[in-house]
Design a binder for this molecule. Structure first.
Ligand SMILES: [Zn+2]
Length: 614
């Protein structure tokens, strides 16, 4: 974090930095320098000058990334780049050749190529860029043009801040003696390093012991008070020792620090994105004291400092910015993280058992009632990420194609943890995580899908158990019966609201004189059996007009099991009517046995304490 002094006078200076201080021979080495300024922030534009030095003879290809680490679909960042020009080291204009939509080719240079362009960005989250009068929130793949052959070249980034009161937060180390200038050793590191430039509140504190001492930095762009940030910092200080306790050590943070780039302003989009020594956590709602909307993301993303950033699937190494990057192990990278994020909050005492149980039941319902699970297990769903993770094709996708590896992996992790604890009482998924960390994470040796299975076999000492679990529930899509697994901790799995009638409707959206089914009904449900589908416009239930989503929800809530429901709807211009019989709502809840009038045994109490009480 650097405080920005007076605004730079005049225009951009190209190629500050190394040019004057370094001998001529070294100058011929490949180097990249970016100058970032924001002369039209009101219209979401950044002005970028990228200088490539030590360019070998022949055309230089420069391009925008098509993908971004941690997001799995293509995002085609070239779409928001325009007004591209090039010059050589003497300032002479160079022609740009366009061969494809992603890049440009520059010939006739003198060993230096200076490319200038404008980039538009108005989505603030972990993947894109948002430039406005309140901040520049920059994901490098969405912002910075890079050159083929310069992957290993050292990089400098100099920022001309639009406002002297703004600060710069990034995991990139500052360059001594060069104001607002940051260094990256290579392209991969640069692309992994988001930058937030805004009026921010910063809190820092030390963690660690012995040789492992680090600074944790919380940089918050928000509209609240300093006290709001203090409260959040207190909660984060309480939370993150749980992560360290699970893995047995802190990750080796480069440059001695880890930064939360937190954005809680109204124009931001809810997201979290992990990086090596930082994370973007963005929520468009303000800090409210409980900070429930922020802490879940913080816990999840900080878990990634171990799982994903260092304990890494081999298929993502190194990240290729010219294509979608896919791995069959996102159920582990994201799903297991989704399991542990809430568990760390629970163990830190920042949520109670009931809150944790409610969220876990939500994930369980998503997975158990997903129509897609019969079409693929966790590994297959992981490989479908490029079609699902913020992918943007406009044709509808079949509702039974994709089940998100976030809740799916979370539920598989729950099954695996509770199965290990049931069969091997001295062991748990915590031990597996620690073993995998020590074997692959700490050493940064990427793992294969089979390494995960072998890790479970090693920790449990039972290869047959590991083989069977992975065959059934990781490459396959079977899931165990969760009731006896949860009963070990005195948790009862049962229908959450069996007194309510249920017909299997998904979400609806407002439509003229009715509501439109936004999703196909759940397969096997009464509405599905009656042939209703996404796009049908419901106009009446039991003869009573439905005019808005609230009216539709009200009608559903009043249903009782066994009741006949007559639905009038419009499809392709014609009105139709069907009658269905409501079933008892099959969706599940997880409840403490004490809350059901039962008794928590000593054994269950001990199991629960070891598992979810930290
Ligand atoms: Zn994640």
């Amino acid at each position: 974090m650097r405080t920005i002094g007076a605004m730079m006078a005049g225009g951009l200076s190209i190629g500050l930095g190394l040019a004057s201080a370094v001998p001529a021979a070294a100058q011929r080495a490949r180097q990249v320098h970016y100058d970032l300024s924001f002369p039209d922030a009101a219209h979401h534009r950044a002005q970028i000058v990228a200088t490539f030095r030590g360019v070998p003879a022949g055309p230089l290809r420069v391009q925008m990334a098509r993908s971004s680490p941690g997001r799995y679909a293509l995002h085609e960042f070239a779409k928001n780049v325009f007004a591209v020009t090039a010059r050589d080291g003497a300032g002479r204009p160079l022609p740009l050749l366009r061969n494809d939509p992603y890049g440009w080719s520059v010939a006739g240079h003198d060993g230096t190529v200076v490319v200038s362009y404008t980039v538009f960005g108005n989505r603030g989250d972990g993947t894109y860029a948002q430039i406005d009068t309140r901040h520049a929130h920059l994901n490098p793949p969405a912002t910075l043009m890079w050159a083929t052959g310069f992957d290993a070249a050292p990089v400098r980034v100099r920022i001309v801040s639009p406002d002297s009161g703004w600060t710069i937060a990034t995991q990139l180390p500052a360059v001594a003696g060069q104001p607002n200038t940051f260094a990256a050793p290579d392209l991969q590191y640069l692309m992994d390093s988001p930058i937030e430039i805004a009026r921010q509140d910063v809190r820092e504190w030390p963690v660690g012991e012995g040789k492992q001492r680090y600074t944790i930095r919380l940089a918050v762009h928000h509209d609240g008070s300093a006290a709001d940030v203090d409260r959040l910092a207190t909660q984060v200080k309480q939370l993150i020792p749980q992560h360290r306790k699970l893995f047995g050590e802190w990750p080796r943070f480069d440059h001695g620090s880890y930064t939360f780039l937190a954005d809680y302003t109204p124009q931001i989009s809810g997201d979290g994105m992990e990086h090596r020594n930082s994370t973007v956590v963005s929520t468009p709602t303000p800090l409210d004291g409980t900070n429930a909307g922020q802490l879940g993301t913080i816990s999840h993303e900080f878990f990634h400092a171990w799982n994903v950033e260092r304990l890494r699937p081999r298929e993502l190494e190194p990240f290729d910015f010219t294509r979608a990057n896919a791995t069959p192990s996102l159920w582990f990278a994201e799903g297991v993280t989704n399991y542990y994020g809430p568990l760390m909050l629970r163990r830190a005492g920042l949520t109670d058992v009931d809150g944790w149980a409610k969220a876990t039941a939500g994930a369980l319902n998503t997975v158990l009632f997903s129509p897609a699970r019969r079409n693929g297990g966790p590994q297959e769903m992981s490989l479908r990420a490029p079609f699902a993770d913020a992918a943007t094709s406009i044709d509808p996708v079949a509702p039974d194609v994709f089940l998100s590896y976030y809740p799916y992996g979370q539920v598989v992790a729950l099954a695996l943890d509770l199965s290990i604890r049931q069969r091997f009482p001295a062991r748990s998924l915590d031990d597996v995580m620690r073993y995998l960390w020590q074997t692959y994470g700490r050493t940064e040796r990427p793992y294969t899908p089979d390494d995960l299975r072998r890790g479970v076999a090693t920790v449990t000492g039972d290869a047959a158990f590991a083989d069977a679990f992975f065959a059934a529930s990781v490459s396959g899509s079977a899931l165990p019966d969760f009731a006896p697994l949860l009963a070990q901790a005195g948790l009862v799995l049962r229908a959450a609201a069996p007194q309510h009638g249920w017909i299997g409707a998904g979400g609806v959206v407002a439509a003229p004189a009715g509501v439109m089914l936004a999703a196909a009904p759940l397969p096997g449900s009464p509405l599905d059996a009656a042939g209703l589908d996404a796009g049908d416009r419901i106009v009446a239930v039991n003869g009573v007009a439905v005019t808005d989503p609230a009216g539709w929800s009200g009608a559903l809530e009043r249903l009782t099991p066994g009741a006949t429901v007559t639905i009038r709807f419009v499809r392709q211009g014609g009105e139709q009517q069907r009658s269905v019989r409501a079933l008892a709502d099959p969706r599940l809840g997880i409840v403490r046995v004490e809350a059901t009038g039962g008794t928590l045994s000593g054994k269950q109490r001990a199991f629960r304490a070891k598992w979810i009480d930290g």
